[in-house]
Write a protein that binds this ligand. Structure first.
Ligand SMILES: Cc1cc2nc3c(=O)[nH]c(=O)nc-3n(C[C@H](O)[C@H](O)[C@H](O)COP(=O)(O)O)c2cc1C
Length: 171
């Protein structure tokens, strides 16, 4: 897929099928994330965890339901894969790095025909329950930065027009 077509095709997916994602595709998505721009080239300040373990995903979803007091809630919209982007707690560029890494993964996933969504909401769970964050295997001193859920989309998504949707001024 052309880059601009992938950008126009990326939309947040909030309904996934149970179909597992091929490891080969996941490896490409993660590699694309890892090739993102990273402030000061401090690659060691970002740590990725690919969570495919259904039991762990179920545990995290159940913990989110409990935290939110919402028995219906599907924190990851039923996605079979969640990618965590953890950042070194004292890196002042951590959040920016996260956004770059996740955006690359979103575009790559779209290109590979996978539904995807940027999620900040799981940060609250992991910040409140550090023992759950520990299960993601990030090094000591790392904190939750951002998450991406992915899998096969339950519904087809439209390809948008390449047109600016943000307030902008040309000077
Ligand atoms: C930093 C960031 C955090 C987000 N966090 C969440 C989230 O926690 N839950 C969610 O459903 N969507 C989340 N989104 C997705 C946005 O809601 C979505 O990108 C926005 O509605 C625009 O829709 P689009 O992605 O389909 O273009 C997040 C997006 C970004 C960039």
């Amino acid at each position: 897929m052309e880059t601009l077509k992938a950008i126009c095709s990326r939309t947040s997916c909030r309904a996934f099928t149970d179909q597992p994602v091929e490891t080969e595709k996941l490896e490409k998505v993660v590699a694309a994330g890892s090739l993102a721009a990273i402030g000061r080239r401090q690659f060691e300040n970002v740590f990725l965890t690919v969570i495919r373990d259904r039991a762990l995903l179920d545990e995290l979803e159940a913990a989110t339901r409990e935290m939110r007091g919402n028995p219906e809630m599907k924190a990851f919209y039923g996605a079979p894969v969640l990618v965590s982007v953890a950042i070194k707690g004292d890196d002042f560029l951590g959040k920016e790095n996260c956004a770059c890494v996740v955006e690359n993964m979103l575009i790559a996933a779209t290109d590979l025909g996978l539904g995807n969504i940027y999620l900040h909401s799981p940060c609250a769970l992991f910040e409140k329950q550090p023992e759950l964050f520990k299960k993601l295997g990030a090094p000591e001193g790392f904190v939750p930065g951002a998450f991406m859920a992915l899998g096969y989309a339950a519904k087809e998504t439209e390809v948008r027009e390449l047109a600016c949707r943000l307030p902008a001024r040309w000077i």
